[in-house]
Ligand binder design. Structure first.
Ligand code: PLP
Length: 378
């Protein structure tokens, strides 16, 4: 099998699985308990917190563990409402992941003035358009760091600086699920991450909350995570997340080089097929691990199924997005419509992929595309 769907999820690293196993079998202690084994477990938890926080230049007290990126995003958005102090405008981009988009739609139902920052054809937020929306009534802005469908990278530092000028009391959240450890850290008030996009197991995430920002907890109970997220700490998941982060930190440059080589090789091969358009930013500008292209005259989901039969796993977009024909919210907002939208496929890579896989995959794709186009023309 060739697995090119690493934006949906990644294979768990051996080291991460071993860390999870250790805290399931040998150290199954609740870090909130009082005996010495539990106190030691709490120390391990805090060391993992400090290590992961350091990767985004944060203090340990600014990072809470969650169950996933979705929980981090929901906590950031619903938790900020009190801190908005009566302000009613919420700005997001129209290409946010559903775990930001749907909470924003819920706020709209509740009467908040939810508006969308304009994006270009790769899904990157246009700064002048965003600036025009930043009124004194704006309380929260949520803009993703890396777009999960195209790999477009937003200038979060630039947005934060602009917000400080135009709406200084506003909070900026960024969904960093596709960016954490892969792109340089950015300045904002809240930042979301997820373990399973980075070779940790599913079921663990993190939310950075800048010191001084008061986010209301989404889960209340025993007061874990400094009262910000109750629930017995997921020690196996957290320690596995930490092992995966550490591995990425040690090998980041090598992993990036390998991933970029696979992406560029695949795109180089696919470009030779007739009627293929690039939906991602030009090579070298977007995130290294995401490539989105359209095969005109072919339905993306039909191609996906044909490739799946041959053992190649790809995606027609976010695993969580709605994919009714012509109704892809994200591609619609980017202005990728008609045949181009119908034929869009996302390839996403990890350092476990190879350039040989890129060659094999391209050959499979070329065969299937020409077969499907022949079918369609009859
Ligand atoms: N945000 C983005 C940009 C994503 O790509 C995803 C997952 O696909 C999420 C949030 C949700 O993360 P999780 O699966 O950990 O809930």
């Amino acid at each position: 099998m060739i697995y090119f769907d690493n934006s949906a999820t990644t294979v768990c690293l051996d080291k991460a699985a071993a860390a999870a196993k250790e805290y399931m079998l040998e150290k199954p202690f609740n870090p909130a308990a009082a005996y010495s084994a539990a106190v030691k477990t709490e120390r391990d938890l805090n060391a993992a917190r400090a290590n992961i926080a350091s990767k985004i230049g944060a203090d340990p007290g600014e990072l809470i563990f969650t169950s996933c990126g979705t929980e981090s995003n929901n906590t950031a958005i619903f938790g900020s409402l009190k801190a908005m102090r009566g302000k009613t405008r919420v700005i997001i981009s129209p290409v946010e992941h559903p775990s930001v988009y749907e909470p924003a739609m819920e706020l709209k139902e509740q009467g908040y003035d939810v508006v969308f920052a304009p994006v270009d054809m790769t899904g990157r937020v246009k700064l002048d358009g965003l600036a025009a929306l930043m009124t004194p009534s704006t309380g929260l802005i949520s803009i993703m760091h890396v777009n999960n469908e195209t790999g477009a990278i937003n200038d979060i530092d630039g947005i934060y600086a602009m917000m400080k000028r135009l709406a200084p009391e506003c909070l900026l959240h960024s969904d960093g699920v596709q960016a954490f450890m892969k792109e340089a850290p950015v300045s904002c008030d809240m930042y979301s991450a997820s373990g399973h996009k980075l070779h940790a197991p599913k079921g663990v995430g993190a939310l950075y909350v800048r010191r001084g920002v008061r986010v209301k907890p989404y889960l209340m109970g025993g007061g874990q995570e400094s009262g910000m997220r109750s629930g017995t700490s997921n020690m196996p998941g957290i320690m596995a997340f930490n092992a995966a982060v550490e591995d990425y930190a040690l090998n980041r440059a090598a992993y990036r080089e390998r991933i970029l080589a696979v992406k560029e090789r695949l795109y180089g091969n696919l470009k030779r097929i007739k009627d293929v358009t690039l939906n991602s930013p030009p090579m070298g500008e977007g995130a290294a691990h995401i490539l989105n292209v359209s095969f005109l005259g072919v339905r993306g989901e039909v191609l996906l199924n044909a490739l799946s039969e041959k053992g190649l796993c790809v995606s027609t977009g976010s695993a969580c997005a709605a994919h009714k024909r012509g109704r892809n919210r994200v591609l619609n907002a980017m202005g990728i419509l008609g045949e181009r939208q119908d034929g869009a496929i996302r390839f996403s890579f990890s350092h476990f992929n190879t350039v040989d896989e890129a060659d094999t995959a391209a050959q499979m794709i070329e065969e299937q595309v020409s077969l499907l186009r022949r079918f369609r023309r009859r």
